[in-house]
Write a protein that binds this ligand. Structure first.
Ligand code: KIV
Length: 276
């Protein structure tokens, strides 16, 4: 399989081929997901919820993203590796955005970065793109703004908000973004946005009309049970399988049926005789 790049994304939109993206936060999971053939791996700042146990993504730091980005990059061969820019690493200034995106590439192994927002982050997207940093935008329900939204809610349901979403999608494309994630927006609106822009839309809770889909891997594997959003399909029940395995382990260790000879190392009897 060939390495996926931003050109793969561009070509997929032209050819009408669907793109796939999943999150990963560690080496072993990234390796499994990469080997399965996904187009892109996202080291999402959702690691704040999934890995670090925060209530939202606001506390996630640059150091967290670099640490997990570098681990994922060591397990990723063919997928395009996108690393999220955490809250307040790009909002304050274009300089901050450039410096921090550069760190995510140099220290975090990113092929591209993702940031949240429309018009207000277009100067950042433009500067990063001009500096050779591919940028994926993120519109709709942008989790870093959860406190401004007053909770995790479907976005752009009114005429005014729907028009604004279309304008923002056009603006991030114009600024140079190579793709845009649409999170929790009505499916019909996502389809309109997808038709209006020439960069791929990657949907999460945005219906089947997008150019691609992204899910948090722990959600789609049935490993994260704190909250299961409506848009998540659980393709496996790994959480149940893990709990059952742990119960079996506890039982076998207690009963003395693990470890058996199969899992045990041998020593010459002569050596044992000599130590008594
Ligand atoms: O942080 C994340 O995992 C994301 C996806 C949900 C798109 O931004």
């Amino acid at each position: 399989m060939k390495k996926n790049t931003v050109m793969t994304f561009k070509q997929a939109k032209i050819d009408g081929e669907k793109l796939t993206m999943l999150t990963a936060y560690d080496y072993s999971t990234a390796k499994l997901i990469d080997e399965a053939g996904v187009n892109s791996i996202l080291v999402g700042d959702s690691l704040g919820n999934v890995i670090l146990g925060y209530e939202d993504t606001v506390p996630v730091t640059m150091e967290d993203m670099i640490h997990h980005g570098a681990a994922v990059s060591r397990g990723t061969k063919n997928a395009l590796l996108i690393v999220d820019m955490p809250f307040m690493s790009y909002q304050v200034s274009v300089e901050d955005a450039l410096k921090n995106a550069g760190r995510l590439m140099k220290e975090g192994g990113a092929d591209a970065v993702k940031l949240e927002g429309g018009h207000r982050v277009c100067p950042q997207i433009k500067a990063m793109t001009e500096a050779g940093i591919p940028v994926c935008a993120h519109l709709g329900m942008t989790p870093q703004s959860v406190n401004a939204f007053g909770g995790f809610k479907v976005q752009a349901k009114t005429e005014e908000a729907a028009k604004l979403l279309i304008e923002e999608a056009l603006a991030v494309e114009e600024a140079g973004a190579f793709a845009v994630v649409l999170e929790c927006v009505p499916a019909k609106l996502a389809e309109i946005v997808t038709k209006k822009i020439s960069i791929p839309t990657i949907g999460i809770g945005a219906g089947a009309g997008c150019d691609g889909q992204v899910l948090v891997y722990a959600d789609m594997m049935g490993m994260f049970s704190d909250f299961v959003p409506k848009f998540v399909k659980q393709y496996a029940h790994i959480g149940d399988a893990m709990r059952e395995s742990v119960r079996a382990y506890i039982e076998e260790v207690g009963a003395g049926t693990f470890p058996t000879e199969e899992h045990t190392f041998k020593i010459d009897e002569e050596v044992i005789d000599k130590i008594y």
